[in-house]
Design a protein around this ligand. Sequence first.
Ligand code: SF4
Length: 299
Amino acid sequence: MRMVREWEAGLGAEEHWTQDVLEQGIEHPTEAGLRQDRLPHIWCPGCGIGVATGAFVQAIDQAKISRDNLSVVSGIGCSGRVSGYTDCDSFHTTHGRAIPFALGLHGANPDLDVVVFSGDGDLIAIGGNHLIHAARRNADITVFCVNNFNYGMTGGQYGATTHTGARSTTSPYGNVENSFNLPQLVANSGATYVARWTVLDLPRLRQSMVEALNHKGFAFVEIISPCPIYYGRFNKLGEAITELKRYRDHAEVKNFAPLEEATLRIGGPIVVGKFVEKQAPTLLDLIRSNLPPQAAGKH
Ligand code: SF4
């Protein structure tokens, strides 16, 4: 509310309609879920991380998760700042280590709702080992991965999701490496909920986040997002609005499509949807069922 008041103070008399909104106590839908004293955020104009954060904050409420019971963990990077803005217990951990930190929280207190919110450089490249093993174990945590195809915060270097052929500060002649197909990677590792959406399709993204938050087992949602400052500029994708139009024109909703169809190529289709949703014993289910009675406290 403080931000709204500061903004309103700079307006003329004709904008006094906003006073009515304030007097009626109408809040922005994300206001209660964000730490107002940490705003404004650090993200560049046109960056999609703010949209993903707004969807997340709304999804927490729609999933009927109490923020008193929620822990959000991030690693390093532009997306790694989300934990600091979310009004709940949150942890900004070291690069690539958000998932093991989250597993520790979940193991120590299985009643907590534990969410990892971070970016592709942090989760897929530096933290890729932790990602695949948490999926393999079907650990009961939720992972939201903003994929903007490069390391934004450190200057636009290429990473494990950078399209083959794409330019970056460290691939000025084009990336020669293959990139990960994230839905295929985590699904084949053992994740029991897997989806991908773009930040343009806010309603489907938010609904998918609600499903992931309520899912028992390892849930992973890839959020495709523009980084106009680095990835967009190096690859001549235009301003953020141009990239959003590209999402509009190239995204194809294909729920439960064969996972190889989710491979991304420059200028190619962006297959989005829910790819996996199934039930399987979680890591803690298996540990508990395997304990001898004396270790489980049953004598
Ligand atoms: Fe977003 Fe890229 Fe700016 Fe980072 S550098 S805030 S990812 S636009």
